[in-house]
Design a protein around this ligand. Structure first.
Ligand code: PHE
Length: 338
């Protein structure tokens, strides 16, 4: 048996030495130390030995196993290094190749405008609030004095989710939520996405609005005019504004606010359809019915509200004449905005 051990030792160390690949090493390992390997088989023969012979043979076998294992590991390392060196010597590094530039992202112009407008209102003491895009009809319509028969409740304009759940058609339901949770006096704005079933050159099914609301014990139309005029000045610089009577179910009286055309300065052009004016938002004094719906006493409190389309404001700020540009996300378009 001693001889067998010596032979196995000799031949295995030789074959390990000669091995040229990891696979070969693995094959040798299995042949010697695997379940049916030569060394494993030898250790099975211990049973047949006498008490005295056994420890000595066991020791010999252990030594054999150790030597083989160490040699296998050393060879493995050696082969790994060789493979690595071959790989490195084959790799060519062409340091004259141009580098890959890092593309720096930009804010989308709508986001940029939103941030800009939020900043203006924050500086005027307005709180910022947000609400869900899936809204109860109760908040999107009823509490805002929009009766069942009102055209804006039609299936055509509104994306209904359930009978009493819609994709909000405007940011005004956030006013309702805010009023239910807060006590006057307060001033707040709520920017966000709104949805209408409309799609043509100047309408997209999703767009952005920024809405504002100020309620207190002595809030008047004069306050509305002062704040909105100041706001427009901050956005468009020194410019003329006007208020035209209008109708909204949730405000009374209501108005639309126009700014002097940013292109022709009032002379008349294509953008302002020769009127010299551009509509920029809807506004008005909060209808007493709306105050009642949230549990406010209209004799005690009054307020004004306004709402504007952020795509429109962005177009006017940057002289963009096609709404679709915002949604196509052509990087050449988006890159122009810092
Ligand atoms: N909710 C109106 C709209 O979507 C805008 C508006 C808000 C008008 C608040 C008046 C007051 O068109």
């Amino acid at each position: 048996m001693k001889e067998t051990v010596a032979t196995i030792r000799k031949t295995s160390l030789e074959s390990i030495e000669k091995a040229t690949s990891m696979q070969e090493i693995e094959e040798i390992r299995i042949k010697l130390l695997g379940k049916k390997g030569e060394i494993t088989e030898l250790s099975k023969q211990m049973k047949g030995l006498s008490q005295e012979e056994r420890p000595l043979f066991g020791q010999t076998l252990n030594e054999l196993r150790d030597v083989v294992t160490i040699n296998l590991e050393t060879k493995k390392e050696e082969l790994k290094n060789i493979e690595k060196n071959i790989r490195i010597s084959k790799e060519v590094l062409d340091i004259t190749l141009p580098g890959r530039g890092i593309e720096v992202g930009r804010e989308h112009p709508i986001t940029e405008t939103t941030t800009f407008l939020k900043e203006i209102f924050l500086n005027m003491g307005f709180d910022i609030s947000e609400g869900p895009e899936i809204e109860k009809t109760e908040y999107n319509f009823d509490a805002l004095n929009i009766p069942e028969a009102h055209p804006s409740r039609d299936w055509q304009d509104t994306f209904y989710i359930k009978e009493n759940e819609v994709l909000r058609t405007h940011t005004s339901p956030v006013q309702v939520r805010y009023m239910l949770e807060n006590k006057p006096p307060f001033r707040m704005i709520c920017p966000g996405k709104v949805y209408r079933s409309d799609y043509d050159v100047s309408h997209t099914p999703m767009f952005h609005q920024l809405e504002g609301l100020m309620v207190g014990d002595n809030v008047s139309f004069a306050n509305l005019k002062a704040i909105l005029t100041e706001f427009v000045k901050k956005v468009f610089g020194e410019t003329k504004v006007r208020f035209r009577p209008h109708f909204f179910p949730f405000t009374e009286p209501s108005a639309e606010m126009d700014v002097e055309c940013v292109i022709c300065k009032g002379d008349g052009c294509r953008l302002c359809k020769n009127s010299g004016w551009l509509e920029i938002m809807g506004c008005g004094m909060v209808d007493p019915e709306v105050l009642k719906a949230v549990g406010y006493d209209p004799e005690e409190y009054t307020g004004f509200a306004f709402g504007m389309g952020l795509e429109r404001v962005t177009m006017l700020r940057h002289g963009i004449d096609d709404l679709r540009a915002f949604f196509e996300n052509d990087v050449r378009f988006l890159r122009q905005f810092k």
